[in-house]
Design a protein around this ligand. Structure first.
Ligand code: SF4
Ligand code: SF4
Length: 284
């Protein structure tokens, strides 16, 4: 049996100390960003692999009938562990200065941050395997696939919702007790980790429908007057995010930089669950 408190402490220390959680010299978009920390202390949530909410993702109006359940990824799966890695406040503050283009800090969080997420997910998987449990990291698994544009056979945000980490916002990000701006990863394992009690029952319990995310959006991709399930239009968002690739062409490290995240900064849910939300408290 895993000592889960110790496991989480060790994982948080791994993230904090990892060199890839800091912008490397060869990747820095500005000299003053060398060494900038990307993620702060992570949140952890666990769901039973048999949680009936996973089956709900098969409904066409939720994700897709071809979505994969935890047992399809891993025969004998017992639990699913999801982690939310919140962005450093420096990244959020920098992205709240000019609402027409992503800040360099945000781009580093988006691109180098995603590399760190893959390293962190691999660490979680390998630690559980070393402890004697079969474990799969869907986001880097060769079986991971897109089912159609904007739909894949494993969703980190839906998994994090089921694992008790937070609820969706109008902008379709996941609002957690550490805010909405960050990245998510998850693993499926045969380890019987302690399941997190979800402190909410509704998909949008942490969103106050304040509409600030819509006001911040440079392309009007969020419609406050629409049903909240359909308020975010993926195509204009994706089109804008893709267009930002032109802002930092020909980088010495040959990476493409793109992003936006204006709906996740200078909003009531940027750093935590907003005041007035239906559910407030997280229970571990
Ligand atoms: S800014 Fe307001 S409406 Fe938008 S996701 Fe956050 S709480 Fe919801
Ligand atoms: S990421 Fe940018 S373009 Fe997409 S919804 Fe948010 S603010 Fe709008």
């Amino acid at each position: 049996m895993i000592d889960f408190a110790q496991f989480k402490n060790q994982a948080a220390a791994f993230l904090h100390d990892n060199e890839h959680n800091h912008v490397q010299k060869e990747d820095a978009l500005r000299p003053d960003l060398i060494g900038m920390q990307i993620f702060m202390e992570p949140l952890f949530g666990v769901a039973s692999a048999d949680d009936p909410l996973f089956s709900k993702l098969l409904q066409p109006e939720v994700i897709d009938p071809n979505y994969w359940l935890p047992q399809q990824w891993l025969d004998g799966a017992k639990t699913v562990l999801a982690c939310f890695l919140p962005f450093n406040p420096q990244i959020k503050e920098a992205n709240a200065v000019d609402f027409s283009a992503p800040a360099d800090e945000w781009l580093q969080g988006r691109i180098e941050g995603q590399e760190m997420v893959a390293i962190f997910g691999s660490y979680l998987r390998d630690q559980l395997i070393a402890a004697g449990y079969e474990t799969v990291l869907p986001c880097t698994d060769s079986r991971f696939k897109m089912l159609e544009p904007f739909k894949s056979n494993w969703s980190e945000r839906h998994t994090a919702y089921i694992c008790g980490l937070g609820t969706f916002g109008m902008s379709k990000g996941l609002i957690t007790e550490k805010g909405i701006a960050g990245r998510i990863c998850s693993v499926i394992t045969t380890a019987e980790l302690p399941v997190t009690q979800r402190p909410y029952s509704g998909l949008y319990d942490y969103c106050t429908r304040c509409g600030k995310c819509a006001q911040n959006c440079p392309v009007g991709a969020i419609d406050v007057n629409a049903d909240i399930n359909a308020a975010k239009k993926h195509q204009p968002c994706d089109h804008f995010v893709t267009s930002t690739r032109a802002l930092k062409p020909n980088q010495p490290n040959h990476k493409a930089y793109f992003g936006c995240g204006k709906c996740q900064v200078a909003v009531p849910c940027a750093n935590g669950i907003p005041q007035g939300a239906k559910a407030q408290r997280n229970v571990r």
